[in-house]
Design a protein around this ligand. Sequence first.
Ligand SMILES: [Zn+2]
Length: 98
Amino acid sequence: MDTQRRKERVAVLSVVSNTTLVAMKLVVGLMIGSVSIISEAIHSGVDLLAAIIALFSVKTSSIPADSEHPFGHGKIETPAPSKPCLSLWQQSGSSSRQ
Ligand SMILES: [Zn+2]
Protein backbone atom coordinates (compact mmCIF):
# COMPACT_ATOMS: atom_id res chain seq x y z
CA MET A 1 0.00 0.00 0.00
CA ASP A 2 1.45 3.37 -0.98
CA THR A 3 2.09 6.15 1.53
CA GLN A 4 -0.76 8.39 0.35
CA ARG A 5 -3.29 5.59 0.69
CA ARG A 6 -2.01 4.77 4.20
CA LYS A 7 -2.23 8.43 5.23
CA GLU A 8 -5.82 8.60 4.01
CA ARG A 9 -6.78 5.38 5.83
CA VAL A 10 -5.31 6.67 9.09
CA ALA A 11 -7.13 9.99 8.68
CA VAL A 12 -10.45 8.22 7.99
CA LEU A 13 -9.90 5.94 10.99
CA SER A 14 -9.31 9.02 13.15
CA VAL A 15 -12.55 10.65 11.94
CA VAL A 16 -14.55 7.44 12.52
CA SER A 17 -13.10 6.79 16.00
CA ASN A 18 -13.61 10.40 17.11
CA THR A 19 -17.19 10.39 15.79
CA THR A 20 -17.87 7.23 17.79
CA LEU A 21 -16.34 8.77 20.92
CA VAL A 22 -18.40 11.97 20.59
CA ALA A 23 -21.63 10.01 20.08
CA MET A 24 -20.99 7.61 22.97
CA LYS A 25 -19.92 10.32 25.42
CA LEU A 26 -22.85 12.54 24.45
CA VAL A 27 -25.41 9.73 24.80
CA VAL A 28 -24.05 8.55 28.17
CA GLY A 29 -23.62 12.12 29.42
CA LEU A 30 -27.20 13.01 28.56
CA MET A 31 -28.58 9.71 29.91
CA ILE A 32 -27.05 10.12 33.36
CA GLY A 33 -27.07 13.93 33.32
CA SER A 34 -23.31 14.22 33.82
CA VAL A 35 -21.90 17.63 32.91
CA SER A 36 -18.34 16.27 33.06
CA ILE A 37 -19.07 13.53 30.49
CA ILE A 38 -20.91 16.03 28.27
CA SER A 39 -17.85 18.30 28.46
CA GLU A 40 -15.73 15.29 27.51
CA ALA A 41 -17.98 14.90 24.45
CA ILE A 42 -17.26 18.54 23.55
CA HIS A 43 -13.54 17.84 24.04
CA SER A 44 -13.77 14.89 21.64
CA GLY A 45 -15.74 17.12 19.27
CA VAL A 46 -12.72 19.41 19.01
CA ASP A 47 -10.57 16.34 18.29
CA LEU A 48 -13.10 15.33 15.61
CA LEU A 49 -12.88 18.76 14.02
CA ALA A 50 -9.09 18.43 13.93
CA ALA A 51 -9.37 14.93 12.41
CA ILE A 52 -11.68 16.26 9.69
CA ILE A 53 -9.17 19.05 8.93
CA ALA A 54 -6.40 16.43 8.75
CA LEU A 55 -8.43 14.22 6.40
CA PHE A 56 -9.21 17.18 4.14
CA SER A 57 -5.56 18.26 4.03
CA VAL A 58 -4.27 14.73 3.39
CA LYS A 59 -6.73 14.27 0.50
CA THR A 60 -6.09 17.72 -0.98
CA SER A 61 -2.30 17.44 -0.75
CA SER A 62 -2.32 14.51 -3.19
CA ILE A 63 -3.91 16.57 -5.98
CA PRO A 64 -1.30 16.97 -8.72
CA ALA A 65 0.06 20.38 -9.77
CA ASP A 66 -2.18 22.51 -11.95
CA SER A 67 -2.01 25.93 -13.59
CA GLU A 68 -3.02 27.75 -10.39
CA HIS A 69 -0.73 25.67 -8.16
CA PRO A 70 2.37 24.81 -10.24
CA PHE A 71 4.21 23.38 -7.17
CA GLY A 72 1.35 21.04 -6.27
CA HIS A 73 -0.98 21.13 -3.28
CA GLY A 74 1.33 19.75 -0.58
CA LYS A 75 1.35 23.04 1.35
CA ILE A 76 -2.27 22.45 2.33
CA GLU A 77 -0.90 20.14 5.03
CA THR A 78 0.45 23.20 6.85
CA PRO A 79 -2.87 23.84 8.70
CA ALA A 80 -2.93 20.21 9.88
CA PRO A 81 -1.06 21.04 13.14
CA SER A 82 -4.12 23.08 14.11
CA LYS A 83 -5.13 20.15 16.32
CA PRO A 84 -2.58 20.95 19.03
CA CYS A 85 -3.56 24.62 18.72
CA LEU A 86 -7.25 23.80 19.13
CA SER A 87 -6.53 21.54 22.09
CA LEU A 88 -4.33 24.15 23.79
CA TRP A 89 -6.96 26.82 23.22
CA GLN A 90 -9.66 24.56 24.62
CA GLN A 91 -7.59 23.56 27.65
CA SER A 92 -6.58 27.13 28.42
CA GLY A 93 -10.26 28.11 28.33
CA SER A 94 -11.34 25.31 30.65
CA SER A 95 -8.48 25.77 33.13
CA SER A 96 -8.97 29.54 33.34
CA ARG A 97 -12.54 28.94 34.51
CA GLN A 98 -11.48 26.68 37.40
ZN1 LIG B 1 -4.93 23.75 -7.71
